[in-house]
Design a protein around this ligand. Sequence first.
Ligand code: AMP
Length: 251
Amino acid sequence: MEELKFEELELCPEILKAVKHMGFEEASPIQSKAIPVIMSGKDVIGQAQTGTGKTAAFGIPLLEKIDPKNKKLQAIVLCPTRELAIQVAEEIRNLAKYMHGIKVLPIYGGQEIVKQIRSLKSGTQLVIGTPGRVMDHMRRKTMKMDHVHTIVLDEAEDIETILEGIPQEHQTVLFSATMPKAILEITKQFQTNAELVKVTKKELTVPNIEQFYYEVKPKNKEEVLSRLLDIYTPKLSVVFCNTKKQGDLLV
Ligand code: AMP
């Protein structure tokens, strides 16, 4: 089984209409695998990178699970950055375009909190948030967790406090491009009998990108990177760092 038609996924007509409107012809591999498992209510570990259609892979089942008549907060997606939170909220809003009575709200730091509180009070059922600001709202009791039944961790790290604040009975869906030790620890601690769905290795990377790696001692990283930049003088490039501190140092 690789790709399914959206019609084969037992989705409501409003979502089918939305995916057609968005120009999706058939479900991507991660969507074909993850959507039925998430809809079954199981805890899920999804291994898929950005660009594979992973947002809709968890977004569609979330929308299927939300009861539009219940105006309480029902599901939370945690994203590591505000840019991602905004992007994910936008994609889910597009998917929900033809559904009535579903309110999706991005919640992130740097945005006026009073405005957020007002929106939260006006019947938001799905929050797409960054961990810091979500924890802030939990402390202020402006985000009530008692009706939350589903939580999606989209590459989030700072999550223990949040998971501890939601009811025992809930579904936890975790998406990550890689499965390092720290992520595996989270799955062990916070998920029960989680099912792993992943797209096969060949689909994990983008085919038209050639990949190289250099093994270097940590203390030599800056030096080596400087040399590489000197040699290749790339017009545009992206450097990924493990920590904020590393990023600041490198800049
Ligand atoms: P993501 O992996 O969630 O970042 O999605 C990457 C891009 O693919 C987004 O612009 C989506 O709107 C788009 N996309 C998601 N699912 C599909 C699909 N089944 N067919 C075509 N495009 C899709």
